[in-house]
Design a protein around this ligand. Structure first.
Ligand SMILES: [Zn+2]
Length: 352
């Protein structure tokens, strides 16, 4: 069943603004505005790995995009190189941090004429955007709401086991994992993974939902609680997850083993180890995560909050959301009541 679009959404204007990443890759931004022109600054929303900008627009009554527009914000959704709207590519966090996010921010600034913007960043959009901020590449961003993970990725023992031992086996046959294999498994490795997932996951009948859990965490499911999703969203997500390159998993495994983000490509603009370098940013961070996050454990954001707070006290904030996990913070049927007001409250604060 497809949810009816609420009347106010018909009055949105939506523009796709192409931009070119620093290495020439063609990417885009989606600007969504309500009936009235925005009265507040642009907010850039940055999605995670193997999804797309649309992940912020699940079929729930009120999405984070709706909530921001209702508050007067100018909403910009960034499709960076990890977006499944583009051909699968061997991206790294380094490339996103150096090439994608700085150009996305510059494009929003150029299109709107403002000098400062705010951002809501999720998962690998958050790690890579945090890298851009810490490297001093996005000084125009003054407030950053980060969900799930930023500087310190911490995962469960089972997730680390999979990353350490299963990843090299998969790599013999494929450069990508793809939760959409649950719907269509075109290759031998796709069939093997799908069989493995179907043998070990019995939490629901949605093959993509189960494969997402296998790919990104260690729960049943890993990225949300079924109780937090409406039926339409559980069905919708089948087409919202696709290829993610193993080279990204290799980088995040290195980061997990070190305990914080490290770069892997030797770009001179990025520090080798992000904790060892002084952050070149004055942005205020509001760190969020779900208490039940089974993709990156809540310890991830706690560590980063403590790291940033040691550098500047009483400036950054941390919210650990009870009864929420990883993506239901945005996709949850009750997120408009439970999480969006907190996110918006953080955007509304002035930095002093
Ligand atoms: Zn499910």
């Amino acid at each position: 069943m497809v949810a009816e679009v609420p009347a106010f959404k018909h009055k949105y204007t939506e523009r796709v603004i192409p931009f070119t990443a620093g290495d020439g890759m063609a990417l885009n931004l989606i600007n969504v505005q309500g009936e009235k022109p925005p009265s507040k600054c642009p907010v850039l929303l940055v999605h995670g790995a193997g999804v797309r900008a649309n992940i912020f627009r699940a079929p729930v009554e009120v999405t984070i995009v709706d909530a921001l527009i209702a508050q007067g914000y100018d909403v910009w959704l960034e499709n960076w190189r990890a977006s499944i709207d583009f051909a699968p590519n061997l991206w790294t966090l380094d490339q996103a941090a150096l090439y994608d996010h700085p150009q996305a921010v510059k494009t929003v600034i150029a299109e709107t004429g403002v000098s400062e913007i705010k951002a809501i960043i999720h998962c690998q959009g958050s790690t890579s955007f945090t890298m851009s901020a810490m490297a001093g590449l996005i000084p125009e961003v003054t407030t950053i709401v980060s969900n799930a993970v930023s500087l310190h990725p911490v995962v469960s023992k089972w997730s680390l086991f999979k990353l350490t031992y299963l990843l090299p086996l998969v790599k013999v046959m494929s450069q990508y994992l793809n939760p959409h294999w649950g719907v269509q498994a075109p290759t031998l490795i796709a069939k093997i993974i799908t069989l493995l997932v179907n043998l070990t996951h019995h939490e629901c009948n949605n093959a993509v939902c189960k494969q997402v859990s296998f790919t990104y965490g260690s729960g049943f499911p890993a990225l949300w609680s079924h109780e937090n999703l409406n039926e339409e969203t559980h069905e919708w997500l089948k087409e919202e997850f696709a290829a993610v390159p193993l080279c990204f998993f290799e980088q995040i495994t290195r980061c997990i083993n070190v305990g914080n983000l490290v770069s892997v490509q030797g770009f001179k603009e990025l520090p080798d180890d992000f904790v060892q370098a002084t952050p070149k940013t004055d942005a205020r961070f509001a760190f969020f995560t779900g208490a039940n996050n089974l993709c990156f454990l809540p310890q991830s954001q706690l560590n980063t909050y403590e790291y940033f707070s040691a550098l500047r006290q009483n400036y950054h904030t941390l919210h650990i959301l009870p009864d929420y996990g990883h993506l239901d913070v945005f996709m949850g049927k009750n997120a408009a009541q439970d999480t969006f007001p907190l996110i918006i409250q953080e955007l509304e604060k002035t930095n002093t």
